[in-house]
Design a protein around this ligand. Sequence first.
Ligand code: UDP
Length: 306
Amino acid sequence: MRILITGGAGFIGSHLCDYLFKKGHEVICMDNLITGSISNIAHLRGDNFKFYKHDVTEFIYLEGGLSFVLHFASPASPIDYIKYPIQTLKVGALGTHKTLGLAKDKGAAYLLASTSEIYGDPLISPQREDYWGNVNPIGPRGVYDEAKRFAEAMVMAYHSYHKVDTRIARIFNTYGPRMRRDDGRAIPTFIHQALTGEDLTVYGDGTQTRSFCYIDDMVEGIYSLINSSINEPVNLGNPEEMSILDLASLIIELTGSKSKIVHRPLPKDDPRIRQPDISRARSLLNWEPKIDLQEGLKMTIGWFRR
Ligand code: UDP
């Protein structure tokens, strides 16, 4: 296949580039590098890999055919989308429109990287795909949550009206090598703090929960979805749920750090709970995560040490 990946120099995007390249596909990576980094893809060379620095909210011109468009471009961590609120809204809205238009023009299939954030601060747990969510449109996370909700609506409209063959992956918290230590998310922040002897900053009392999926499992899940014919949204994530306080303690233990845990104010609209119901992925994709949190954290800590 000849595949375009927007956001291909980002965390998940670059791992997808690696995976698809290794499978022998021709990979075209596009990124404006505001949160992505060339160092994530610098090792990919050859006729089957091309990189274009481009902002996908602007018209996209590509020569030749395309089999698939994977739309992964977006700031994706709370501090990034608070730093780039307009870009976040634009890439979810205009960027989704441009990339869908390209897919339609080329007769390519399309996959949107959506997010568990579309469930907001959920009132039910675990979250199934038929839950509509609890989102504050004007809160600090609104720029990301609402852009992705709009993006899902746009994808479904191109599917039903233009008959584009689309997929929607609702991606839950994912971690692993290549996360930026300054992206503000819990795992890279805690690992960096533990390795440098700083206190681990747990927001609030730390009883809020998340469910963390290792990047290799996530990429396998996305690839299964690409190869399926499921047009409805599919949750992808690891259902193993834990509190942020327990996560911080586990990272101190696994790094052998002498760091302590300190508490900081809980950011506004921080979801209290988050856990994917992955029955749909299990039954329709025959996919589920294989790497448990301890194992994944050890690999991630090893990468951060290096
Ligand atoms: N968190 C924390 N300390 C940090 C960074 C994050 O306690 O230094 C908390 C954050 O408030 C949230 C959880 O960890 O409750 C996960 O945050 P992250 O930014 O990783 O992802 P998201 O909130 O988007 O799931």
